[in-house]
Design a protein around this ligand. Structure first.
Ligand code: ADP
Length: 653
């Protein structure tokens, strides 16, 4: 097949352009990115070889090789990994398919708008854009690659000018060689800029960023030595001879096999950063060795910050699996439940079979048992943190609380036991700002004896809940209310249903169920007034038509004239909005308009109603009452302009 030229996809072009012109710091990290791609490629061929030995073509000494050349100003990185065929070169290198890269691009464009230079470390660290980072240091890149098991090799080449070429090539060994023609400034031409053709610079970078990569990263070192005689003594006056020595640059040490007491915190941090391409030390480390009927070592980490795509469907959770320190598989999802998808780490167990496919692994009993144990050890750690180091737990909560809440909601599918595992780990803001975040236990411990339910309110922030009319009565009675500020909160509360025998109750739904003497009295009065005003309420409802499911007199309002509450059954307003955002607008809350019978406005309404329900003023009043109630809930009326006109008319009267 003849050489063909292809255009990069528009987004790829944009990304390349930004890489080349905007990132000025930490350009050295391209090396880590390419090494980690090489290591992933070896993982892949290794994993395939577990069930198909032939794929290795007899070569199972995995390695990554760096070849710097100061004369040609090139650096190449070779691996004997899985390699790529023609389609894969186009698919993987020529296009940006991943949402992560798109998000990276957006963030970078935004950062660029705000300032001219972008911190490469932060951005690439967060998104890991991999291969393209090589264009930060090179103006031409050539890839020669042959896919394991295929005969034909391919050459891919680009000078980052918007296009690339692909042509047939020869390659004896499977795998990939990436050769970069370095920009002159990275070849020792400029003071203070790293020289990527220098073996010592490269070995330092490998130690710094890739020390724990589990395949040897090798490089040839040229040294000069004075020849020695047969006794090993240097021969005086003899000319030095050049020697080549291939050295492995990384330690590859399986850190988890060492004793916990012998591992320094920095070692854990470096290991974690290397293995998972992270730029920050983890928030928490769990290192466990378990012996008994089932044997394993696990080393788990909570990343310091939740990745930006944790809740995207493309996010790939999972742990690495090893058997007797030999890597088997990356991102094994079957060990931990979905709500722990943020946990990174690895499990090494002699009980895992090396010859195992993903499908068989899923059914493995050992895997299930180990998974259960890991889950319980993580939960214990969280319980301990919550009890003994609240500050740290709250940091954890800020990053991953949402995951646990999604877990509670997910109990609808995973079963009630998930709730029992998680209910004591949940934290909420409450109406008592002084208290900070509270667990459900803390909340109910503070409840006065007379309070039978756990009250909650939803809103986008504290302020909007504080100003809800429904809060008035609870505030007056000194009842603390849980503040649900996150979209998922109310779904989690619905799934919980009750905590220690106490039911949850939204302040914006149905009867509040307050049963102190005063509340009972108010309730009775309201019922009496409702009877007296039966026709009025009926007429308001008729006037509003299907906008409301019912119109009632309220016993929860103190100063406000109206409020909107949702029916006991069906979604709440907050849930309705979540559904609408997810393009599911059919889940609508049933709206009940509640009117404060003690407000001056009610008297006015009664007077206007004396002229019958068909007079224009009564209709306007009904509409405006309803609109007010909507606005208080943060909802937009159907026809804001018409409403504004009505208000203007009334004001002019
Ligand atoms: P990422 O590694 O995050 O997927 P990259 O842009 O670094 O993103 O690489 C894109 C894809 O190109 C990889 O997912 C992989 O399929 C392929 N690739 C990159 N480098 C190699 C390599 N050395 N060997 C085989 N495939 C590779």
């Amino acid at each position: 097949m003849a050489k063909q030229t292809y255009e990069f996809q528009a987004e790829t072009k944009q990304l390349l352009d930004l890489m080349i012109h905007s990132i000025y710091t930490n350009r050295e990290i391209f090396l880590r990115e390419l090494i980690s791609n090489a290591s992933d490629a070896i993982d892949k061929v290794h994993f395939e070889s577990l069930t198909n030995k032939e794929i290795l073509e007899g070569d199972d000494s995995y390695e990554i090789f760096l070849v710097p050349d100061a004369n040609t100003k090139t650096l190449s990185i070779s691996d004997n990994g899985i390699g790529m065929n023609r389609e894969e070169l186009i698919e993987n290198i020529g296009t940006i398919a991943k949402s992560g890269t798109k998000a990276f691009l957006e963030k970078m464009l935004k950062a660029k708008e705000e300032s001219d230079s972008v911190s490469g470390k932060e951005l690439i660290g967060q998104f890991g854009v991999g291969f393209y980072s090589a264009f930060m240091v090179a103006d031409k890149i050539t890839i020669i690659t042959r896919k394991a098991g295929e005969k034909q090799a391919w050459k891919w080449e680009s000078a980052a000018d918007g296009s690339y070429t692909i042509e047939e090539a020869e390659k004896e060994k499977r795998g990939t060689t990436i050769s970069m023609t370095l920009l002159p400034e990275f070849c020792g031409d400029k003071d203070g800029v790293e020289n990527f053709t220098d073996t010592y610079t490269l070995s330092h970078l490998v130690k710094k960023y890739s020390d724990y990569v589990r395949y040897p990263i090798k490089m040839n070192f040229e040294t000069e030595e004075v020849p020695t005689d047969k006794d090993g003594k240097p021969i005086e006056g003899a000319e030095k001879v050049k020697k080549n020595e291939i050295r492995t640059l990384n330690s590859m040490q399986p850190l988890w096999t060492k004793n916990k007491s012998e591992i320094k915190p920095e070692e854990y941090n470096e290991f974690y950063q290397d293995l998972f391409h992270e730029y920050e030390a983890p928030m928490e480390i769990l290192h466990n060795k378990v012996e008994g009927t089932i044997e394993y070592t696990s080393l788990l980490f909570f990343p310091a910050h939740a990745p930006f795509d944790l809740y995207h469907t493309n996010y790939e959770p999972g742990l690495q699996l090893y058997s007797r320190h030999v890597f088997i598989m990356d991102k094994c999802k079957d060990l931990l439940p979905e709500y722990l998808r943020f946990v990174k780490g690895l499990v090494d167990s002699p009980d895992f079979s090396l010859n195992i496919s993903r499908e068989l692994l899923q059914q493995s009993r050992e895997l299930k048992t180990i998974g259960k144990k890991l889950e319980s050890s993580i939960l214990k750690t969280l319980e301990r943190l919550m009890k003994n180091d609240r500050e740290k737990y709250e940091k954890f909560w800020a990053e991953y609380g949402k995951s646990l809440k999604i877990g509670v909601y997910g109990s609808m599918y995973t079963g009630r036991e998930t709730i029992d595992k998680l209910k004591n780990l949940l934290l909420f803001s409450t109406s008592d700002a002084q208290k900070g975040l509270s667990s459900l236990k803390e909340y109910i411990d503070r409840m006065p004896e007379s309070q039978k339910k756990i009250y909650y309110a939803s809103g986008k922030d504290r302020q909007s809940i504080d100003s809800l009319p429904q809060m008035e009565i609870l505030r007056e009675k000194g009842i603390e209310v849980l503040y649900l500020l996150d979209n998922v909160d109310e779904f989690a509360i619905e799934a919980l249903h009750e905590y220690e025998g106490k039911q949850f109750h939204s302040i914006s739904r149905g009867d509040l169920g307050l049963d102190d003497v005063e509340s009972q009295q108010v309730k009775k009065e309201t019922e009496d007034m409702s009877k007296k005003n039966e026709t009025l309420l009926k007429d308001i409802k008729e006037t509003l038509g299907d906008k409301v499911a019912d119109v009632k007199l309220s016993n929860r309002l103190k100063n406000s004239a109206v409020c909107l509450v949702a029916d006991e059954q069906g979604p709440s307003f907050a849930m309705e909005q979540v559904f609408a955002e997810a393009n599911n607008p059919m889940f609508k809350a049933k709206r009940i308009l509640e009117i404060n019978p003690h407000h001056k406005l009610f008297e006015r309404l009664q007077n206007i109603h004396l002229d019958g329900k068909d007079n224009a003023a009564f209709k306007d009043y009904c509409d405006l009452l309803y609109t007010q109630a909507l606005l208080i809930e943060g909802m937009v009326p159907d026809n804001p302009a018409a409403m504004a006109n009505k208000i203007a008319e009334l004001m002019a009267q």
